[in-house]
Design a binder for this molecule. Structure first.
Ligand SMILES: Cc1cc2nc3c(=O)[nH]c(=O)nc-3n(C[C@H](O)[C@H](O)[C@H](O)COP(=O)(O)OP(=O)(O)OC[C@H]3O[C@@H](n4cnc5c(N)ncnc54)[C@H](O)[C@@H]3O)c2cc1C
Length: 391
C-alpha cells in the first residue's frame, strides 16, 4: 500500500510529486504518479508546441519548483545562462527555457521513476484508504490526489462536430493526436483568445496569405487570464467568505478573462494582419457546407454576418470543455460515497482540498476552493501547500 498516489502526471501531478517528496519528505518508494503518458508533461509539451507560442503567459516564478527563484537561478548558472530568454512584463520565460528547466528538475529529483503508466478507471474506498482501478490492475494508497484537469477534453462547437463527422478536414489544436502542420490550401483558425492568435500568427508566417483567423470578438487585452489579486488576500478573502458554491462559481466566471490575450501576442497578431500575412475576421460560424474535391472535402463556412468563407482546413482553438472532468468512473464514486458536489458537479472540498478522508483534489477539481487560478501553475502551488499540510 502506497502512502500517496497522484492521478494525472502533467504539470499539476508532476509538481505535486516534486513537492511531496522534496518539500514534505515523503519517501520516493511511498508515492507514485499514475498517468497514461510515460513522460511527464507530455500533454503540456504537445499543446504548447502546437500553438507555436514562444513565451509563457505567466512569470518565471510560476515554474515547476516550489522555489519561485529556481528558474531565474538556473539562468545564472553556466549551463543556463545561454538559455536566458524572458519577455516583459513580469519576466515571462520562453517556452524553451521553461521546458529545459522543468526537465532539469525531473532529472535531478528522479521524478520519472515515480511514474506508473496507466489510466484511472475506478475509485473504491477500503478500510485503510482508496483502491484505484486501472486497465492493468488495481493500486492501493492511503491518500489519493485527483490531479487531472480538462486537458484531454477539447471543446468542439456543434457545427464543427457535424462537419468533422461528415469527413471535413477539421482539427482541434488541443486534440492529443493532432500535430500542427504548415497550411496546405486555405486554413481558417477559429477562436478568440491567446491560443488562436498564436497559432494563426505562426501559420501566417509559415504560409503568408493562406490563413484566416475567425474571432467572435475583437482582441480582449489582459495580461493574465485572471487578475493578480486572485492569488492574494485582495480578492481571495471575499471569495473564501462566500459560502454559497453557486455564487463562488459566478465569481470564477467573472474573474476569468476567457478568450483574452496579453498585449505582446495581440501586437504580433496585429503586425501579421497589417502586413497582409493574415486575414482577420470578426464573425461567427453558423454552419458548414461541404463539396467533394479529388482528395478532400472543401468547406464553405457560413457566417453570422451572412458572408461565407472558403476553407480547405479548419483548426479549432476553442479551449477545453468546462464541465467537471473525470467521466463515468468518477461519477460512480461520487454516487457510491456521496462525495459532496456543487450544482455544477464540481467537488465541494475543505480547506485542505480534502473531498473525503484520504481523497484530495488539484486543478479544476479544486476550483471552488482555490479560486479562478486553480488550473494554472500557481494553482497547483497553492493546492500543494494545502494538501501538504494534511496530517
Ligand atoms: C497552450 C497552453 C498554454 C498555457 N500557458 C500557461 C501559462 O503560461 N501559465 C499558466 O499558469 N498556465 C498556463 N496554461 C494553463 C495550465 O497551466 C496548463 O494547461 C497545465 O498543463 C495544466 O496542468 P494539468 O496537470 O491540469 O494538465 P496536464 O498538464 O494536461 O496534465 C493532466 C494529465 O492527467 C492525465 N490524465 C487525465 N485523466 C487521467 C486518468 N483517468 N488517469 C490518469 N491520468 C489521467 C492526462 O493524460 C495528462 O497527462 C496553459 C495551457 C495551455 C493549453
Amino acid at each position: 500500500m502506497l502512502d500517496w498516489l497522484i492521478i494525472g502526471g502533467g504539470i499539476h501531478g508532476t509538481y505535486l510529486s516534486l513537492f511531496l517528496t522534496q518539500r514534505k519528505g515523503i519517501p520516493a518508494d511511498r508515492l507514485h504518479v499514475l498517468d497514461p503518458f510515460p513522460q511527464p508533461l507530455a500533454l503540456w509539451q504537445h499543446f504548447t508546441a502546437n500553438t507555436g507560442m514562444r513565451y509563457l503567459r505567466s512569470s518565471h516564478a510560476h515554474n515547476l519548483h516550489f522555489d519561485p527563484f529556481s528558474l531565474i537561478s538556473f539562468t545564472r548558472t553556466r549551463a543556463g545562462q545561454p538559455l536566458a530568454d524572458f519577455i516583459e512584463p513580469y519576466g515571462r520565460p520562453s517556452l524553451a527555457l521553461f521546458n529545459i528547466h522543468s526537465q532539469l528538475l525531473i532529472d535531478r529529483y528522479h521524478l520519472e521513476a515515480l511514474r506508473l503508466t496507466g489510466r484511472a478507471q475506478g475509485l473504491q474506498r477500503h478500510a485503510d484508504g482508496w483502491r484505484i482501478e486501472t486497465e492493468s490492475g488495481s493500486l492501493d494508497a492511503k491518500n489519493v490526489i485527483l490531479a487531472f484537469g480538462n486537458t484531454e477534453r477539447p471543446f468542439w462547437p456543434q457545427w464543427a462536430k457535424d462537419a468533422h463527422e461528415a469527413g471535413a478536414n477539421i482539427h482541434h489544436l488541443f486534440d492529443p493526436a493532432y500535430v500542427r502542420a504548415a497550411p496546405q490550401g486555405k486554413t481558417v483558425v477559429v477562436g478568440g483568445g491567446i491560443t488562436a492568435a498564436q497559432v494563426a500568427t505562426t501559420l501566417s508566417l509559415e504560409s503568408p496569405g493562406s490563413v484566416t483567423l475567425l474571432m467572435r470578438h475583437p482582441a480582449r487585452l489582459h495580461q493574465f487570464d485572471s487578475d493578480l489579486g486572485w492569488i492574494t488576500h485582495q480578492y481571495l478573502d471575499a471569495y473564501h467568505a462566500e459560502t454559497d458554491t453557486a455564487r463562488r462559481r459566478d465569481m470564477i466566471r467573472a474573474a476569468r478573462h476567457r478568450g483574452s490575450m496579453p498585449s505582446d501576442v495581440a501586437r504580433d497578431l496585429d503586425q501579421a494582419t497589417q502586413h497582409g500575412l493574415l486575414d482577420l475576421r470578426i464573425d461567427e460560424v453558423t454552419g458548414v457546407s461541404l463539396t467533394n474535391s479529388k482528395s478532400s472535402k472543401h468547406m464553405t463556412l457560413e457566417l453570422f454576418s451572412g458572408e461565407t468563407l472558403a476553407a480547405d482546413r479548419v483548426i479549432l482553438a476553442s479551449g477545453f470543455e468546462t464541465t467537471r472532468p473525470g467521466g463515468t468512473w468518477l461519477d460512480a464514486a461520487i454516487n457510491q460515497y456521496a462525495l459532496p458536489q456543487a450544482a455544477d458537479g464540481y467537488p465541494i472540498v475543505d480547506q485542505r482540498l480534502c473531498w473525503s478522508p484520504g481523497l484530495f483534489v488539484s486543478g479544476s477539481l479544486a476550483e471552488l476552493e482555490v479560486g479562478p487560478v486553480a488550473r494554472n501553475f500557481i494553482g497547483v502551488k497553492l493546492a500543494a501547500e494545502r494538501i501538504g499540510d494534511s496530517p
